[in-house]
Design a binder for this molecule. Sequence first.
Ligand SMILES: Nc1nc2c(ncn2[C@@H]2O[C@H](COP(=O)(O)OP(=O)(O)O[C@H]3O[C@H](CO)[C@@H](O)[C@H](O)[C@@H]3O)[C@@H](O)[C@H]2O)c(=O)[nH]1
Length: 372
Amino acid sequence: MTTQDSLDRFYSIIPAGGIGSRLWPLSRADAPKFLHDLTGSGSTLLRGTWDRLAPLNGEQRIMVVTGRAHRAAVEKQLPALLDHNVVLESEPKDSTAAIGLAAAILRRREPDVIIGSFAADHVIADTRGFGRAVREAIVVADAGYITTIGITPTEPAIGFGYIHVGGALPVEGAPSARMVESFVEKPDLETAEQYVAGGDYLWNGGMFISRADRLLEQLGETSPALLAGIEELAEAWDTPRRGAVVDAVWPSLEKIAIDYTVAEPAAASGRLAVIPGDFDWDDVGDFASIAKLHSGGRKSDLAILGENARVLADASSGIVVAGSDRLISLIGVNDIIVVDTPDALLVTTTANAQRVKSVVDALKLSGRSDVL
Ligand SMILES: Nc1nc2c(ncn2[C@@H]2O[C@H](COP(=O)(O)OP(=O)(O)O[C@H]3O[C@H](CO)[C@@H](O)[C@H](O)[C@@H]3O)[C@@H](O)[C@H]2O)c(=O)[nH]1
């Protein structure tokens, strides 16, 4: 088996479903994070993801899983996306259902397929470094491992999965492959602090590369009912029965992230491997990270986003996201976050950027879905 054989059987999957609550009121149910240009490059995060994946083995081998409501926006962003590579969900059921269904559909079409799932809403500027890591991961996946790409942690973040890196994994064509001792999804702060201080942990970069059959086998061990639902959908997917089976099965699928159903149990049974990534990576999870991206990391700058932004600022730093042509003026306010949209205005500080999600939770509780 050569590296080229493995690469030829590779298929990318982009699950595009997360709303990005910490980016409210910019990110909304009808305009989620992946449909925004948060880097100022002129491309949405989704398009950026597509452009990183296309050089691996072509635009014909990228599948996108998204909500029915986002179909038109996704197709506008990705004109080369083929019809049979669009998987539409009637309601979000989290990443196990999204990635699992894509893997099961692809396996029925190509029994030996190797799949790679890549978050729709991350920023990676070094496309070559990314490509190198994914190529190694594909070889490791073909050797039978569920393979992740690890990111060197910069802080004890609690929003990520943590990979305890083990010994070298001798797979030809993948010199940096390592075994994973354990995988812990979103630990508490104290645990995250210990992991980062310990030095032998990496963040999970939200990418899973595996033979489709191995991934589904792992899922079946942990969540047999969920796998059965996914297989029922996949069996009907390329037939006229699809609509009826989706209506009957989709609502009953368990809503759970793949990190719990596949990554944690695969690590516990010695089937998870990692390629440490040597490229820049940013999940642009909140407005403070967007501010950093735009100011090149300088705290003293004011980052301004928005096509029609009109901002007058005197001695101020932080970020302004202008969602209208209203004039915004700032005087002597530092580390500020101002996000102005026609029906909602957010004002906070970069230190509180993570807490934006609590506003969204409160709005949900009070039934204010009109502004979500
Ligand atoms: N289609 C679809 N996609 C979904 C759904 N739920 C999540 N996704 C997609 O699955 C990917 C990951 O989901 P998130 O919900 O954004 O995950 P997370 O909390 O950020 O955590 C994951 O990513 C971290 C890195 O950013 C990891 O560190 C962590 O371990 C985990 O894998 C994103 O591309 C998101 O759009 C869904 O219901 N439907």
